[in-house]
Design a protein around this ligand. Structure first.
Ligand code: GUN
Ligand code: ZN
Length: 444
């Protein structure tokens, strides 16, 4: 992340003079065309004040104008080992794509040295894309998760990670099939004990049964119970692809529908994040809302693979808690700005082709979904997700000038500025990212 400013602060305390745009916990946004954001010694936002009215001691703020400070993006769904394949396999059906492109790739992480090499690069790439919080899937190999957590710890990103659990279909050729459930649970519990809550909650654990196609009912139930016992997250995929749904209904004939498979496993609730949820019946939607289960919306993935179109407006109207995910590598782009863009196009298509007349989201609503709503999904919105005094200084500095179509046509009004960041996102527009006021390295 190259900076024209020689002295970008690497550690707290510091103050930045910049443009500032953030959603607010109370609703709406705050837009400051010229303000000073002060980060205290502990890495929290101490104050945000219009320039000229800044508190004493912050006059020496590092001036990064015309860059704009935003809260760091929250990516609620990505697969760490899949990043090398990003952009490959468009248009395939999910189950074909997994067999052809993904399981062979994840199998390479049976050698922990592969994880040791790739995980730091991956975290650097997420930070360069503006993501400061990630909810990730690893692989089935425990040693690779250990390496991933160590890499996240050293990098500084906020990360929730889980070892993938698969006891019905797996790509681990070395495993003793009779012992697979016990071993997967034991290794997951051990990883959770070691990493959940590390560095004052910056690193957390998510029990991660891959999806109902690859897990027995027992695996789903036991992993959900272990997550509950540890106060950790539980994540899996749901209703992504028509072929997948048919397979789940074949494997679980006793279930009323896909969501019911997870309901019977006692997997629904406020610590659960389900990826995709594209094809939900009204009953399934109501049940997710009723149980306060949360969803990672991954629009770029949904159209990269031939998965489908999420009826987002219908879900939001029903009160579903939704944030955004890149779903790399089914999503080709690590950027949550990219997820916003494809999400917006998807909603437009749904309106003109799908006949959905509900309102679509505007740029500032996409900003909220990619930041504060994502933090809410994870239950950490008291800590991150917006730039407000008292919250952790998880933020990014964005150079919007590279999104202008021609010199001099810069946007200087918040919705227009955000619209440019979404629809004309530039790969190098994020110039710096901080978590708790500590600068995150890019992909060196
Ligand atoms: N369903 C089960 N595994 C996966 C995966 O790796 N990616 C996506 N997009 N869907 C899945
Ligand atoms: Zn996924």
């Amino acid at each position: 992340m190259v900076s024209p400013v020689a002295t970008l602060p690497a550690r707290p305390p510091f103050s930045l003079r910049a443009r500032i745009l953030t959603p607010l916990a109370a609703g709406g946004v705050r837009w400051e065309p010229d303000a000073v954001l002060e980060v205290d010694r502990s890495g929290r936002i101490a104050s945000i004040a219009p320039s000229g009215a800044e508190p004493p001691g912050t006059e020496s703020a590092v001036d990064v104008r015309p860059w704009v400070l935003l809260p760091g993006m929250v990516d609620l769904h990505a697969h760490l080992p899949q990043i090398p394949n990003a952009g490959l396999g468009a248009g395939l059906a999910l189950l074909t794509w997994l067999d052809r492109y993904i399981f062979p790739l994840e199998r390479q992480w049976s050698d922990p040295a592969v994880a040791v090499r790739l995980a730091p690069l991956a975290f650097g790439a997420f930070a360069a894309a503006g993501t400061t919080t990630t909810l990730l899937y690893g692989t089935v190999f425990a040693a690779s998760l250990e390496a991933a957590f160590h890499a996240a710890e050293a990098h500084g990103i906020r990360a929730v990670i889980g070892k993938v659990m698969m006891d019905r279909v797996t790509y681990d050729e070395s495993i003793d099939r009779a012992a697979i459930l016990d071993r997967s649970l034991r290794e997951s519990v051990e990883l959770c004990e070691r990493w959940h809550g590390r560095d004052e909650g910056r690193l957390r654990y998510a029990f991660t049964p891959r999806f109902a196609v690859s897990c027995t009912a027992e695996m789903l139930r036991e992993s959900a119970a272990a997550a509950r016992a540890a106060g950790a997250y539980w994540q899996t995929h749901v209703a992504e692809d028509r072929g997948e749904i048919a397979e789940v209904l074949r494997l679980f004939p006793e279930a009323r529908d896909y969501v019911d498979v997870y309901d019977r496993a006692e997997g629904l609730g406020r610590r659960t994040v389900l990826a995709h949820a594209i094809h939900l019946s009204d009953r399934e939607l109501d049940r997710l809302v009723e149980t306060d289960t949360r969803v990672a919306h991954c629009p770029a993935s949904n159209l990269f693979l031939a998965s489908g179109v999420m009826p987002l407006a219908r879900y939001l109207e029903a009160g579903l808690a939704v944030g955004l995910g890149s779903d790399v590598a089914a999503g080709p782009d690590l950027s949550i700005f990219g997820a916003m863009r494809v999400g917006a196009y998807t909603q437009n298509a749904l309106r003109v082709v799908g006949g959905d007349s509900r309102p679509t989201l505007g740029p500032l609503e996409w900003l909220r979904m990619g930041t504060l709503d994502g933090a809410r999904v994870l239950g950490i919105d008291d800590e991150i997700g917006s730039l407000e005094p008292g919250k952790a200084a998880d933020l990014i500095a964005v150079d919007a000038s590279v999104t202008a179509p021609i010199a001099g046509a810069d946007a200087d009004e918040p919705a227009a500025l955000m619209s440019r960041l979404i629809f004309r996102a530039h790969p190098n527009m994020v110039r710096a990212a901080w978590v708790r006021g500590r600068a995150l390295p890019g992909p060196e």
